[in-house]
Design a protein around this ligand. Sequence first.
Ligand SMILES: [Zn+2]
Length: 425
Amino acid sequence: MLRFLTAVQRVAKSRVGSNFNRLGVSEVFRPINTGNQLIENHPAYMTRNLHHDSSQKQLRLIEASPNFFSGSNLNRVSERRTDNVFLSEALTSSNSHFLLLSNGNPLAKPKPTKLHWLSYKEVEDIIRNPFIDKEKQEYPEGVTLIFLGIDKSQNGDTSSRWALDISPKGPIEDSFMPLRQKVMDEGYMFIPLRPKSFKLPLIEAAILAQARSMIDWNTRNRYCPACGRKTVLTDAGYKRTCLPSPLSQATDERPPCISPKGAHNFSYPRTDPVVIICTISQRGDKILLGRQKSWPAGMYSCVAGFIEPGESLEEAARREVREETGITLGPVIYHSSQPWPFPNSLMIGCIGRALSEKIQLEDMELDDARWFTRQEVLDGLQNPVEITTRATLDPHQLRLPPGTAIAHQIIRTWAKSEIMTTSKI
Ligand SMILES: [Zn+2]
């Protein structure tokens, strides 16, 4: 978890346009990579030197480096999720790889922590081939199989990646047992997502985020939210369709389901947006952080909360900061985002400027909230909290979230940037 802190920190300084200029910020800093691995073909690198020179002003688009749980190397080829010929070939190929999950926890090698992938032959008895028929996908009852995407190895071979739920429940629970026993005997284990997934290499963590969120969504949507009937898996795991069987239709007095007609958001996987805000003081020399009672002693972080329906990102940021701290927030700019597969949130990191300074814990969601100086924050960045830490710690020493959390990255962006203290936003 702390690998982020020991890695080389590079900071890029650039002139930017559009949103930032609108807010009166002429320059901002963006971290380029704070991870333990470089993802060299990521847009954060590829766009560094792009610029548009019209009107003699440079416009350089600098993207923050991928946060933990993002930066997957898989091509999801979402346009092929209904192409059964393609899926069948990808599934049964000797280059297909399957990640098992049990109750949301992935199969992995414990030390060092690394995901363990199985071959088609090892899972064939359970999943068979849902794509044999060119027209429809038919999964064995109780099977949740997700097509994650394809990747290319260094020698150019294409392989496909899949996720398979073998939680000990459901109609075919017994058929999972031999496979579960086999992988256990081989020394692999289903590692607890928290905290073990934070030990995974970056790319594996990103693939796991996709796999885990998709399995979870399928598990929670076995019944149609529109009519209450059972749903069936389709689109390689990315859609659940309400298809009343002829038998149930004969005795079913409920009206036909609306979901097969038109687009409905309950048929497709959902992502729940959460705004997380680094609030800068009016003078730009302090930031506002809060703490929850359950956190380790001395730990403070950014204010965060779910975005509500009919609310913009900026409005949600202002509402959350006001509700939790009593502070009025002015301009809000976007920093970066982070998939958070617990079970399927998207953390949207923002930086905003306060219009007031007096703290008042309005909704009592926080145990405390305070303004911290740049030096306190710089010290805190060197002293992050392990998510599992419960030891007695000095409550007077600021501790910040670890580098795997987006809160750490947006706080770092402010702390390492001198321009934010003098900008006029
Ligand atoms: Zn329905």
